[in-house]
Design a protein around this ligand. Structure first.
Ligand code: SF4
Length: 187
């Protein structure tokens, strides 16, 4: 699938029912942000609030994400955010492999079109999907990897750190690294 721009890609996605999540979602959450962003964040899938509002990272995890971005010298206007899955799995269950495979071409095309210098993968599913690894986020977080001319930085998913202070501290440390990558010419 090759699109000229994000608008054409969104048109191609349409009222997608390529996997069963198309039948259970309320709103397809395509992604938001600067189409020329230097930093792209990739999460797992829409949650309940995102499914209702049509935007990634609203609610408590979204507020934490805003804090994290600010700590790295960024705001939502500077970045693009999308998810591995564009539709909410029922009751926020884990994504299934066939759903990820079905939706992956759209994420790959978003990354190609936006062409960010850094892709921050939030949590296990985004990290495993982009790094093609079975290793977990506890091992991989905070270790930048260069792939296809860009840097992939795995971090914990903000929602997983809301009640876990240790992971939260790690998450802020990893966003501090993002700030360093961006200011130091590492990306
Ligand atoms: S999750 Fe992706 S592939 Fe499945 S219906 Fe939604 S947009 Fe289509």
């Amino acid at each position: 699938m090759i699109s000229r721009d994000l608008h054409e890609l969104r048109e191609a996605l349409g009222d997608c029912h390529r996997c069963p999540l198309g039948d259970t979602r309320t709103t397809l959450v395509f992604g938001v942000g600067d189409s020329c962003a230097r930093v792209m964040l990739v999460g797992e899938a829409p949650g309940r609030n995102e499914d209702l509002e049509g935007e990634p990272f609203v609610g408590a995890a979204g507020r934490l994400l805003d804090e994290l971005l600010s700590s790295a010298g960024l705001s939502r206007g500077d970045i693009y955010i999308a998810n591995v899955l564009k539709c909410r799995p029922p009751k926020n269950r884990d994504p299934k492999r066939d759903e990820i495979e079905c939706c992956a071409p759209f994420l790959r095309e978003q990354i190609r079109l936006i062409d960010p210098a850094v892709v921050v993968t939030l949590g296990n599913y985004a990290t495993r999907s982009l790094l093609d690894t079975k290793a977990g986020i506890t091992t991989l977080h905070g270790r930048p990897v260069d792939i296809d001319g860009r840097t992939v930085l795995p971090v914990f998913h903000p929602a997983a750190t809301i009640y876990d202070r240790t992971k939260r501290d790690d998450l802020f440390a990893d966003f501090a690294m993002l700030g360093t990558l961006l200011s130091g010419g590492g990306a």
